[in-house]
Design a protein. Structure first.
Length: 365
């Protein structure tokens, strides 16, 4: 009996100590404390950070340039990395032949040729790479033009990941401004903005993306198409963010500190910028994090259908476009590998968004 009482006393004292500790922490410290305790969220953040580092440093991390064509090595299957005490990390050479039934060119490992994998490797153009080899080294295989698939996936990440970020930033600006105006002023302004959002959201996203993507001029360069696709994704996606911001602003505008600012003669701009938007920042960050994977999937879908990013620029959607036909997948199944980073990044963003959503409410148990 006494043991049970002592245990209860210890539990109560630990809870009081925890409550006292939380009382001395700022809101940001409370958010970081709760986010740090979410292991899945932290793991997702690390995965995304590494993904963006690799994407931005694609020239260094990729063993080949994404446009380097080697027709003599077209449709090479993924090569296995070998490790031995004598040769270290290495790959075998390739031996070409013809398939007996289809008469197509096939490649098999050639153990008589050994090419060591070199780190901090400089190619013929004196470009420094994280790793490389003097012989053919295609860890994930090649496509129909002999281009290294691993390198194209890394370079494609630069386009697919930045489309999500830039698109969300554009929609963030539109959604935050219009949502704040709608929630703060109300009346006919709120009605006009909300009816416009409802009309926008009434259209199915993918058909609307396809229609706008098909409207892009064919003579545009790859860079212009990239920015065009980014703007299309942003303009279609700002409505949901604006509604979320509107709800937060409508809740804040009735609080005492906003009423006090209005009574003191503060301008509408001052109230919005100094009082309403800062209170919505954490909520906006969570919404933006959860919106990025939708942007990435939108670009991938458009490029997969041939309406998005166009060659010679590459993205994950462009790479998956080559794997549309079943016959291609039956003979060259490694061409579906670009779908794996899409899944990993989308799942990681969802885990991080859930973690941020929980962290922004640090007082909930």
């Amino acid at each position: 009996m006494n043991d049970a009482k002592s245990i209860n006393v210890e539990n109560q004292s630990s809870e009081l100590a925890k409550a006292e500790e939380l009382g001395y922490l700022s809101y940001r410290q409370l958010i970081w404390r709760r986010l740090r305790s979410n292991r899945m969220g932290l793991a997702a953040a690390i995965v995304l950070l590494l993904s963006y580092i690799i994407a931005l440093g694609a020239d260094f991390f990729a063993p080949y340039h994404f446009s380097q064509i080697q027709m003599q090595y077209r449709h090479v299957p993924p090569q296995k990395l070998k490790l031995s005490l004598e040769n270290g990390l290495h790959v075998y050479g390739l031996k070409s032949g013809q398939a007996p039934k289809t008469r197509e060119l096939v490649f098999t490992p050639n153990p008589s040729q050994i090419f060591p994998v070199q780190f901090l490797y400089k190619d013929d153009r004196k470009q420094l790479h994280l790793f490389g080899s003097d012989g053919p080294m295609f860890i994930l295989g090649t496509d129909r033009m002999g281009r290294d698939l691993l390198s194209r996936i890394i370079y494609g990440a630069r386009v697919s990941l930045t489309v999500g970020l830039v698109g969300v930033l554009i929609s963030l600006v539109f959604g935050s401004i219009l949502g704040t105006i709608s929630g703060y002023f109300g009346g006919w302004v709120d009605t006009l903005i909300q009816r416009s959002i409802e009309i926008l959201l009434a259209f199915p996203s993918i058909p609307l993306w396809m229609a706008l993507g098909a409207a892009l001029p064919t003579e545009w360069s790859s860079i212009t198409v990239y920015f065009g696709i980014t703007v299309i994704l942003a303009l279609v996606s700002w409505g949901g963010l604006a509604r979320q911001v509107r709800g937060k602003v409508m809740a804040y505008r009735e609080l005492d500190f906003v009423k006090a600012a209005q009574a003191s003669g503060a301008s509408h701009w001052h109230i919005v910028v100094r009082h309403l938007l800062p209170g919505s920042y954490s909520h906006i960050i969570v919404i933006a994090t959860l919106a990025i994977p939708g942007m990435i999937l939108g670009e991938t879908s458009l490029s997969f259908l041939g309406l998005g990013i166009r060659p010679p620029m590459t993205s994950w959607g462009v790479l998956l476009e080559e794997a549309q036909r079943v016959t291609v997948l039956l003979h060259y199944p490694w061409l579906i590998l670009p779908a794996i980073p899409v899944l990993i990044v989308v799942i990681a963003f969802n885990f991080l968004g859930d973690a941020l959503r929980d962290a922004t409410d640090p007082y909930a148990d």
